[in-house]
Design a protein around this ligand. Structure first.
Ligand code: NCD
Length: 314
C-alpha cells in the first residue's frame, strides 16, 4: 500500500498511486458498512474532532459515522457556540484543541487555504472537509469511487462537470483527480460561471449543454452556489434551468448509459430535474452518499496509520 500523506488537504498533492490505494481500501469499507456489525477498531483510542465553520449535512454526518464505525472518540465542535464568536482566531482555537491531544481534525472553513494553515500548527492529522472555493478532497474521492464502481474503470472516461464551476471546490478537486487518472474532463456552463484561468486546467469548455454532454459517460451537476455570488451571474433561475438544468432531453445527448451525479445539496428545478435526480436507472446520487462514508473511513484509517508510524519514529 502506498499512502505517504500526513494530512488530506487536497487532491493536488496526492499521487495517482495514493488515490488508488485509498479507493481500494474504501471498497472494503463499503462491504463493512453493508454488514450487520459495522465496527472495525482501527481508530480505537484515537480522538477525532470535527470543526465545521460552514453549514454541512452530508459531509459532517458522514465523517461522524465514519469515525464512530472505526472506533474513534468523535466530538463535533459547535462552532456557532465556540469562542470564534468572541473573537478568537482560527489558529488560537486550533492551538487550544491541539493541547487536548486530538489525533484527527476534520475542518470545513469558508476561506480557501485556512485548513492548510491550520494543519501547520497542530500535531495531528488534518482532513479538509471543504475550504472556500479551493478543495474538497473527500468529495472528489467519493465521486471517483462511485464512478469506478458504476463504470468498472476510472480512466479514459468522458466526464462533464456542469454548472457553477467558478464557485465550486467540488469541481476543482474533481478536475484534479480525474485528470491525474487520465480522463477527459469537460466543463459545461455559462461563461460567467467559469473560473478565471480555466484554460490552464487541461479541460475542454462548453457553454452549451447539448454540445458539452455529447458522448459523455458521466454527467456531474453542481449546485448554483448563491451564497458565494456577489452579483448577477445568471439572468434568472428559470432561464438558468432552461439552458443548463439537466433533464431527460439534455441527458439524451450523453451516452445511453451515462450516469448522473450531484454532490448535494440539490436545488431541484434549478440545476437538475427532480424526477431525473430520483431515477435510480440514471442517477447515482444516493450511491455517492454511501461511498462518502466508506471513503472517509479509508482516509482516516490511512492517515492514522501514518500518524502512528511517525509518532513511533519520534
Ligand atoms: C458541497 C460543498 O459543500 O462543497 N457539498 C458537499 O459537501 N456535499 C457542494 C455544495 O455546497 O454545493
Amino acid at each position: 500500500m502506498t499512502f505517504r500523506a500526513n494530512h488530506l488537504l487536497g487532491i493536488e498533492t496526492l499521487g495517482p498511486d495514493e488515490i488508488v490505494t485509498l479507493l481500494d481500501l474504501a471498497e472494503s469499507y463499503v462491504d463493512l458498512n453493508r454488514a450487520g456489525n459495522k465496527h472495525a477498531e482501527v481508530l480505537g483510542g484515537m480522538t477525532q474532532v470535527n470543526m465545521f465553520f460552514e453549514a454541512s449535512t452530508r459531509t459532517q454526518a458522514s465523517f461522524e459515522i465514519a469515525g464512530k464505525r472505526l472506533g474513534a472518540d468523535v466530538m463535533n465542535m459547535a462552532m456557532a457556540a465556540s469562542s470564534i464568536k468572541k473573537g478568537e482566531t482560527l489558529i488560537d482555537t486550533a492551538m487550544t484543541l491541539n493541547a487536548m491531544h486530538p489525533d484527527l481534525l476534520v475542518v470545513r472553513h469558508p476561506h480557501s487555504g485556512a485548513v492548510d494553515l491550520l494543519s501547520q500548527k497542530v500535531n495531528c492529522a488534518v482532513l479538509n472537509a471543504g475550504d472556500g472555493r479551493h478543495e474538497h478532497p473527500t468529495q472528489a474521492l467519493l465521486d471517483a469511487l462511485t464512478i469506478r464502481r458504476s463504470k468498472g474503470r476510472l480512466h479514459r472516461l468522458n466526464i462533464a462537470i456542469c454548472g457553477d464551476i467558478a464557485h465550486s471546490r467540488v469541481a476543482r478537486s474533481n478536475i484534479l483527480l480525474l485528470g491525474k487518472l487520465e480522463n477527459r474532463v469537460r466543463l459545461v456552463g455559462p461563461t460567467t460561471l467559469m473560473p478565471s484561468g480555466v484554460a490552464d486546467l487541461g479541460v475542454e469548455v462548453y457553454d452549451d449543454m447539448r454540445d458539452g454532454l455529447a458522448g459523455c459517460d458521466v454527467v456531474m451537476m453542481l449546485r448554483l452556489q448563491k451564497e458565494r455570488m456577489d452579483g448577477g451571474f445568471i439572468p434568472s433561475e428559470r432561464e438558468y434551468y432552461h439552458r443548463y438544468g439537466l433533464d431527460t432531453e439534455k441527458l439524451a445527448h450523453a451516452k445511453e448509459d451515462a450516469i448522473v451525479m450531484h454532490p448535494g445539496p440539490m436545488n431541484r428545478g434549478v440545476e437538475i430535474d427532480g424526477l431525473l435526480a430520483d431515477d435510480i436507472n440514471r442517477s447515482v446520487i444516493q450511491d455517492q452518499v454511501e461511498m462518502g462514508v466508506a471513503v472517509r473511513m479509508a482516509a482516516m484509517d490511512l492517515l492514522a496509520q501514518n500518524l502512528r508510524a511517525s509518532r513511533e519514529a519520534a
